[in-house]
Design a protein around this ligand. Structure first.
Ligand code: URA
Length: 248
């Protein structure tokens, strides 16, 4: 069946390469689709075998996508088979695309998976309160995202291969937002962003950057719900982040 122009555009946005017959002008009649699971960018891997008589029409890499194309690419990503097959939807991120502040958590939970927005459960309410304490609000000069765009089953920790597969999406969001300060919420986000296995207690309070942007590590709001005595330390972290913001 020939693909319509609209189908071709959607597949292209999803990062699904189209294979067209060499020398064909329209290509529709020979188009078949293939998706490279280990490559969320969707571009055919260098050296990947191209079927006889066909040549690849590569999709743009994730690093080249604009917001709309990035959101579409994320929504169609199946790089992590287990997560993709169980998710209600991907959880892209939310907020001001020109934000100075970027808060990065771990991964969507059940409520986030259901609603398609990060930090909307109890931990999210606490995050909103932390933002309010800084005179900030979700969506106003703040962007919120996670290391993973899909919910790990049973809220297990994200696996290294899942974090690696999802990272280009987050990196593209960071490049598009160009925040002045990044706040890593909790051990998983901090370790992933800093490529470190150090415990949170060692990473907190350190002078870090991510891609040249000052990065502050603090507790995850879910942990603070369980350990309210640590809220004062989290507040100190946020004050340090604000100082960095004023300095940058
Ligand atoms: N915990 C996270 O790390 N992210 C969410 O979006 C929700 C809970």
């Amino acid at each position: 069946m020939p693909l319509t122009q609209r189908q071709r555009e959607v597949l292209h946005e999803m990062g699904i390469p189209l294979w067209v017959r060499r020398g064909s002008i329209r290509g529709d009649t020979m188009a078949s689709v293939s998706h490279t699971r280990s490559e969320p960018e969707g571009a055919p891997q260098a050296g990947a075998p191209v079927p006889e008589g066909l040549s690849a029409v590569a999709s743009p890499s994730v690093a080249e996508l604009d917001w709309d194309a990035l959101r579409t690419r994320v929504a169609g990503c199946v790089a992590c088979t287990e997560l993709a097959s169980r998710r209600t939807q991907t959880v892209f991120g939310v907020g001001d695309r020109d934000a100075d502040w970027l808060f990065i958590g771990e991964a969507p939970g059940a409520e986030e998976d259901r609603r398609g927005e990060p930090f909307v459960g109890r931990a999210g309410q606490l995050l909103d309160n932390m933002l309010a304490a800084l005179d900030l609000a979700r969506g106003e000069n703040v962007y919120i995202a996670n290391i993973l765009k899909c919910r790990p089953p049973g809220n297990r920790d994200p696996r290294p291969d899942e974090m690696a597969a999802c990272r280009p999406f987050l990196d593209r969001q960071i490049a598009l937002i160009a925040p002045r300060v990044v706040v890593a919420l909790g051990r998983v986000a901090a370790q992933a962003l800093l490529a470190s296995e150090a415990p949170l207690g060692r990473l907190r309070g350190g002078d870090h950057t991510y891609g040249g942007i000052p990065l502050v590590v603090t507790y995850h709001p879910a942990y603070l719900l369980r350990s309210p005595a640590e809220k004062a330390k989290a507040w100190n972290d946020l004050l340090r982040a604000r100082k960095l913001m004023l300095r940058s």
